[in-house]
Design a protein around this ligand. Structure first.
Ligand SMILES: [Zn+2]
Length: 414
């Protein structure tokens, strides 16, 4: 069906263009270099024969594959992001193609002794005998999410070249700046015009996700009083000790390193402290909306209790919601998950349906009116030098996209 060579070539042509995003920037896209790949993608979408190919002032790309049936079919969309994370460099990516992987250590970089080993990354053993694309150990790969882009474009090309596969209107959307949490911000859901969509931005083959965290950030500012330490008795208030009290009053086991599955947490990810002022940065996560609200209350009540104890406002807290669990927007249209599951089963892929311990563009899009579960793109070890993607998984993801299109058209008659 889809050739390994073609998909490998396409993927490599994308990952070798640096598209690192930048959280410090206020522009969209956050970095000018994202235009480099955006412009290539626009040209390629036109070249394969997509209609209404557009790119707006913020580098959001949209395109349409018209329906090839006469009956009415819901319009579906597929979405990926073309930026890569600022956590690790994406400049000068030099992909290594390892054919017929033997299940042993892969030397990414002999000079620096950087090894991708199944002793540490057991997932590798799932792909024995397959073709892996890895880094050279000095950069990330960018399978997150250029694998998704490769798969969507390859699927559209396949559908265009195989008109015997019947489908409704398909929309394609590529966004900048997902990795800095802004991929969906300027996504024009109305212009996109799909009834529902899928982000192709998951990891291992089979992943299908429609639940993610509810998320908030909390900034806790603790005020102390600085006095010369030699004359401080009864006068100095050391904000760092009060901050420690605050930290120790939250449940120690409800932290990322002690939780999994549906367990939520408080995560202290940054402290800046001096006697006069200490600032704590927390993120709060929970899949369950009631638990999520309760967590925000816990942290607020703790603030109040410490302020009462000191008989003044030693702590101020600012809690900001970041994103919400898409589940509540997807469950009422659960057939969109069922179709993806059915597509995978039809292709002998075992669906791995599990809650995301994070967020996706799809969660924001779901709350903007475009229900949007997430499907595997095939890569592993995102955001670092050990990132890799099996070519066979990319082909499977491409097939899943085609199959979803086909099933959606079929079900519209039934
Ligand atoms: Zn991603």
């Amino acid at each position: 069906m889809i050739s390994k060579d073609d998909i490998t070539k396409r993927f490599i042509s994308y990952v070798t263009v640096d598209t690192e995003s930048d959280p410090e920037s206020d522009t969209t896209p956050s970095t000018l270099k994202q235009w480099d790949l955006a412009n290539i993608l626009v040209a390629e979408l036109k070249l394969i024969g997509m209609s209404d190919v557009s790119i707006d002032d913020n580098a959001y790309i949209m395109a349409t594959l018209p329906s090839n049936v006469n009956h009415k079919v819901p319009t579906i969309g597929f979405v990926s992001h073309f930026d890569t994370t600022p956590d690790f460099t994406g400049a000068n990516v030099n992909p290594q193609v390892i054919e017929n992987y033997d299940g042993k250590d892969i030397v990414l970089n002999a000079a620096e002794n950087i090894i991708l080993s199944p002793d540490y990354f057991e997932d590798l053993l799932l792909y024995k005998g397959q073709t892996l694309i890895t880094t050279d150990g000095t950069t990330l790969l960018g399978a997150d999410d250029k694998a998704g882009i490769t798969e969507i474009i390859s699927a559209m090309e396949y559908l265009i070249n195989h008109p015997e596969i019947k489908h409704g209107v398909i929309k394609v959307g590529f966004t900048p700046d997902e990795e800095i949490g802004r991929g969906a911000h300027k996504f024009d859901v109305k212009k996109f015009g799909a009834d529902w969509a899928y982000t192709i931005d998951g990891s291992q083959i089979g992943e299908l996700e429609y639940e993610n965290f509810n998320a908030a950030g909390a900034k806790v500012v603790v005020k102390g009083k600085i006095v010369h330490p030699g004359y401080a008795k009864g006068k100095m208030v050391n904000s760092m000790y009060i901050a420690t009290e605050f930290i120790n009053s939250l449940p120690r086991m409800e932290t990322p390193e002690h939780t999994e599955g549906y367990q939520g947490f408080f995560h202290l990810h940054n402290i800046e402290g001096k006697v006069e002022e200490t600032v704590l940065h927390y993120i709060i996560r929970d899949h369950d909306m009631n638990h999520f609200k309760a967590r925000k209350e816990v942290i607020q009540k703790l603030t109040n209790a410490i302020n009462e104890q000191y008989e003044r406002e030693v702590i101020t807290i600012e809690i900001k919601d970041q994103y919400f669990n898409m589940k509540e927007k997807v469950v009422p249209v659960m057939h969109i998950v069922d179709i993806a599951e059915e597509a995978m089963k039809a292709l002998d892929i075992e669906p791995l349906i599990k809650p995301i311990r994070g967020g996706t563009d799809g969660s924001q899009l779901s709350f903007m009116g475009l229900p949007c579960p997430n499907i595997f793109a095939g890569g592993h070890n995102f955001h670092g030098r050990y990132e890799y993607v099996p070519v066979e998984s990319m082909i499977k993801a491409t097939e899943v996209i085609c199959k979803i299109a086909e099933l959606t058209a079929k079900k519209a008659i039934e």
